[in-house]
Design a protein around this ligand. Structure first.
Ligand code: MN
Length: 255
């Protein structure tokens, strides 16, 4: 029976080696042999450009070594026959074609509709659904602009590493002052996007609020599955076996 796995928000970072090690184990134990693996964004805590891969062994921050290690593991999975799909998150939106090529992955647009478990399923990272966070949406519009990205990628690597650290700090500070509901998806936006795409199932991450929500879209029963973020000790996945229902599951990362 064909199995599809979906994960999101691993926020892989040299500062949390437990998560990286746990992910690499999970790849071998859970993902190996699967038909497809979808990674729905914020796979890496930061991504300064695919030329990070050239710095392996020479990057004191440890990000390049982490990226190289993960790339090798993904490539092995893809070579074993698992179709691998990567969607950008708000942290790793600079992940590019080179990383995809070196890992055997396909970059997936946000949003994308794919056939999973016998139905059309809408996949998103989820940040675009948080429309009440207007400050963030302004940054998102800028950061997704090809010209802005080209400007960033033209900067020397050391400057980009410093910029990523600065953005990360600013995001933490800005978010600590925001109301809980501003940080979550806007319910009306969810219904609108699902209706526009003609789906009754949406899977996304980003909010770090794992849950299965029931709702109605155009008078039809619908569901929104939210993947959780990975932390030292625990991870989250959605698994779809054959034409079965998507199952959201939390699991221990420690062996
Ligand atoms: Mn995110």
């Amino acid at each position: 029976m064909a199995t599809t796995l979906l994960i999101s928000d691993l926020h892989l970072h040299p500062g949390t080696p437990e998560v990286t090690d746990g992910f690499l184990r999970w790849l071998e134990e859970r993902a190996c042999g699967c038909e497809a693996l979808y990674i729905l964004g914020d796979f890496f805590e930061a991504w300064i450009g695919d030329d990070l891969l050239d710095l392996a062994g020479a990057d004191p921050s440890g990000q390049a070594d982490l990226a190289a290690r993960v790339a090798v593991a993904l490539k092995r999975l893809a070579e074993d026959g698992t179709a691998l799909y990567l969607m950008h998150g708000n942290r790793d939106f600079l992940l590019g074609e080179r990383f995809a090529e070196e890992t055997g992955a396909t970059l997936l647009a946000d949003p994308s509709v794919v056939e999973l478990g016998g139905e059309r399923v809408l996949l998103m990272h989820g940040d675009s659904l948080c429309t009440r966070d207007t400050a963030y949406q302004a940054f998102r519009a800028q950061a997704r602009h090809p010209q802005w990205q080209a400007q960033i990628l033209a900067m020397p690597v050391a400057e980009r590493i410093a910029l990523a650290a600065q953005l990360r700090e600013q995001s933490g500070e800005a978010n600590s002052g925001k109301a809980e509901e501003i940080m979550d998806v806007t319910p009306e936006e969810v219904v609108k996007v699902m209706a526009d795409q003609g789906v009754t199932t949406l899977i996304h991450g980003h909010t770090h609020r794992p849950a299965v929500h029931r709702l109605e879209v155009n008078g039809r029963p619908a569901r929104r599955l939210v993947l959780g973020d990975w932390q030292p000790g625990k991870g989250w996945e959605i698994r779809i076996d054959g034409d079965g229902e998507p199952q959201l599951r939390e699991f221990a990362l420690d062996e």
